[in-house]
Design a protein around this ligand. Sequence first.
Ligand code: SF4
Length: 511
Amino acid sequence: MSAKPEIADFNDLFLSDEYKELLERKKAFEAPCTAAEVEEASAYSKSEAYKEKNFARNSLVVNPAKACQPLGSVMAALGFEKTLPFLHGSQGCTAYFRSHLSRHFKEPVPAVSSSMTEDGAVFGGMRNLIEGLENSVALYKPEMVAVSTTCMAEVIGDDLNAFIETARQEGAVGKDVPIPYANTPSFVGSHITGYDAMLKSILSYLYERSEDVAASSKADFAKLNLILGFEPYTGNFAELKRILSIFGSGYTFLGDQSGNFDSPAAGEYSYYYGGTKLSDVPKAASALGTISLQKYAVKKTLEYIQSGWSQQVVSMPTPIGIRATDRLLAAISEITGLDVPKELTEERGRIVDALTDSHNYLHGKRVALAGDPDLLLGLIGFCLETGMEPVHIVCTNGDKEFQQEAEGLLSSSPYGEEGQVHIGRDLWHMRSLLISDPVDLAIGSSHLKYAAKDANIPLVRLGFPIFDRHHMHRYPIIGYQGTLNVLSLIVNTVLQQLDDQAPEYGFDLVR
Ligand code: SF4
């Protein structure tokens, strides 16, 4: 039997003498700062004087808690059946969106690019777009192609509508293939703006070009539309479907990317898994109403539905916690006319019990939060319910309306008294806040781990992206059941910290 080859993980490899020597030589070559200089700079970066300078900067962003617009448009496209996301612009941007989403979901992410290079930038990208559409329809056989732009195409002002029309006239792509498009320049907005733009484009395109509204059946009129928005938790789709099936309500998800981001390993790869049926979109206009579990991520889409589909629209931030879930169930009940089922009321009681069990470890804990606006509102509400005190709230892609709503929520509880909402700030600002006014724990994406480490506090990973922990996105964080998952994550982090820091006499078996 041949010996098993030893392949060292990089953590072990770089501890070997060979690599230690290599590192020392590299340092000498680069003439780095001395250890004392590094120490001095590090201490200064933690001072009040530095914090002032940090908060005075306005032309530089460091570690923002947001991603590019087209990344959101790719997610929106993948919420629809057999839809191919098509990025008009640079190939590198497309690789970034695909890898970013893959690192979070641990799934391959299909998306193609028109691969514009220097000549495209000078002469325009029309030929790239036409050839790209022709090739991708021939190769990947999508039922729909959803086109969005990267900065390059936006800067030179490429006209997507005219280019797509020309592609059809030239016969590069058939008239039967829907091609909704969205302009998604990343020098403004964020991934949620891009998500919104593409979702609105898909819904309006499919609705306005269809005759299926007339074909709506009686069952379609009794259905409820659901929007989860820029949703990094595949588990949230499953949880919402479970809740609706307990209610016994028919439903249509306007965008369901859970299939594409949680596909089975069955031995064969397909480009397309699940998603909302294209033919269901026009029928959704006849539904009883639409409930959106995000407000700030789908603003334009909700405006479109409200004005174009003449139906009741209810939007709410991510429903985490008892009150927020109560509001969700009340909205489903009100629009469908169905009573809240006993099964869900009993579930509520069990989660209240769980919250009570953990309450003494959470009450009074000071917390820092960073993430997207809807998630932050959900988390602030949850913290206030458990007696945790949200202190620093950083929302890079939050607007004034979000700030007002977050401040209103904080002022509704004595536990929110110290809460400060920082919109347009990044995670380097958060670092200054964590050091100057310490808290017990931070909640946010993996990007927050550096600031949390510098502040020597634990990070509970919630939001997008989560690159350094596995399977978090499979567990729901909405509804009563999701609230239990959020509670477990937070309280067990607190208990782990208690064990790690406990003196010998306090290293208790029972907590
Ligand atoms: S900011 Fe613009 S150019 Fe840069 S990766 Fe995002 S879309 Fe591409």
